[in-house]
Write a protein that binds this ligand. Structure first.
Ligand code: IPE
Ligand code: IPE
Ligand code: MG
Length: 253
């Protein structure tokens, strides 16, 4: 008997989990160490969570690695993060590929160094045909940037006469976002205790279940993720319907 049959209130497993990995700096500071130490520990947590999601057959895992606002940090932290990003890609791409994981990036990559951009492109190309977990790394990503670039693409099509004004629908906008071919996130997790969205997937989070935990990202492990999934599965998603409609299964979601 499936979970659904056991308890009609119980949601299915999340297909897409999106995480704001926050708290690296505070994790290091608590240990009287430089913030860089926390970011390095954060990479270890990423490995664990990616492996666990692949094992659990999650379809898509999106990790917010660097926001469009993170350039505002001190220069030495930004360049440390860029170095860590490149070094991590250099060691991890082959491992991801061996594990049948497809790597994708969302965000404005034009601001990154040539070497980083080419490593990103290489990682995507090498893992393109993989069909276990899709790992999406949001780098120089902002929800507002995503909406702007979608508008630009749509306006270009209108200017060249390819698209009438009435064609602008929610579906059309979604098709031009960087997440176009991905399901919307079912579960959004933010570690580190802050309860905000920080310009993450503003459009895509419209009906996502939110889970906030004080656990700092380097301490977030398989059990922590399992707790978030258990919380997700105990919720009734209604998408505007009534609870009764959902219980009677009189609507298809
Ligand atoms: C998240 O951890 C990682 C990045 C934003 C790159 P922080 O660096 O924001 O850690 P805190 O919030 O300062 O503890
Ligand atoms: C959000 O964390 C971005 C990432 C985790 C990459 P921040 O630490 O930058 O968010 P704020 O500034 O506290 O809102
Ligand atoms: Mg932070």
């Amino acid at each position: 008997m499936s979970d659904d049959e056991l308890n009609p209130l119980m949601a299915t497993n999340p297909r897409h989990i999106a995480i704001i990995m926050d708290g690296n700096g505070r994790w290091a500071q608590k240990r009287f160490m430089p913030r860089a130490f926390g970011h390095q520990a954060g990479v270890k947590a990423v490995r664990k969570i990616v492996e666990y999601c692949a094992l659990q057959k999650v379809e898509v895992l999106t990790l917010f690695a660097f926001s469009s606002e993170n350039w505002r940090r001190p220069e030495d932290e930004v360049s440390m993060l860029m170095g860590l990003f490149l070094a991590t890609l250099q060691t991890e791409i082959n491992k991801l590929d061996r594990n049948n994981i497809r790597l994708r990036f969302i965000g404005d990559r034009s601001a990154f160094s040539e070497s980083l951009q080419s490593k990103m492109a290489e990682g995507e190309a090498q893992t393109q045909g993989n069909d276990a977990l899709t790992l999406v790394i949001a780098a120089n990503y902002g929800g507002r940037w995503d909406m702007c670039q979608a508008c630009q693409q749509i306006l270009d099509k209108m200017a060249t006469g390819g698209l009438p004004q009435q064609a602008i629908t929610e579906e059309l906008i979604a098709q031009h976002l960087s997440t176009t071919d991905l399901p919307e996130p079912d579960l959004y997790i933010r570690t580190g205790g802050e309860q905000r969205v920080s310009n993450f997937m503003l459009w895509q989070l419209a009906y996502t279940e939110m889970y906030f935990t004080p656990t700092l990202w380097p301490d977030f492990d398989e059990q922590s993720l399992e707790a978030a999934i258990v919380s997700f599965k105990s919720r009734q998603r209604r998408f505007g319907h009534t609870g009764e409609q959902i219980l009677n299964k009189s609507v298809t979601l």
